[in-house]
Write a protein that binds this ligand. Sequence first.
Ligand code: ADP
Ligand code: MG
Length: 210
Amino acid sequence: MNHDLRNILASVQLMADRLEMSSDPLVGRVLPKFIASLDRAISLCQNTLDFGRAEERAPEPRRIALKPLVEEAAEAAGLADGAGDPAIRLICEIPADAEVTADPEHLYRILLNLMRNAAEAIATTSRPGDVAVSLTEADGATVLRLRDTGPGMPARARENLFRPFHGGARQGGTGLGLAIAAELARAGGGQLELVETGPSGTTFEIRLPD
Ligand SMILES: Nc1ncnc2c1ncn2[C@@H]1O[C@H](COP(=O)(O)OP(=O)(O)O)[C@@H](O)[C@H]1O
Ligand SMILES: [Mg+2]
């Protein structure tokens, strides 16, 4: 929870950074304190993370509309509007009426972790990129596929895939995101899989139980 709370606060921080361009005097007065408080909250999460992980609550699956959830997670991961430099875009290939059975908060956190990783990976290339999300079926199961155009996963991350604290291969990372995402998928009766990673990008699949 701390890991994801920190991620959410980090996206608020991104938005706050953008406010720095505002010429509104009220913004100018409030923003420094606002940013300092956010920094404190983020480091509190970080420090708590260092002490270990708590147990997740049991999933409560229900029928949910997929597209809005994907778009919400993408926005929180800094993807949706294609702003930013380099521009990182969401390509949402989910039909507007698609529904899945899942715990909405758990699925949101899985998506947020995967998309944030993809956005971070693309950002390191200093080139624009995108994350495509699509829905397929395999052996009767519903499969959500996330394909990014990033640089691929470093060896350390590949070799320690889904191992908490071990797979982190970037500055400021904890190596928890993928482990948490895999755990949440498993707890819901599904599975998170790395399909492919290489210089032209990385593809993950979330298999949801039927
Ligand atoms: N889509 C991706 N493209 C490239 N590298 C990735 C991608 N997703 C994850 N990684 C790599 O895997 C590592 C582990 O990711 P994660 O478990 O989320 O931990 P963290 O993001 O805190 O480092 C990252 O540090 C990164 O190097
Ligand atoms: Mg991560």
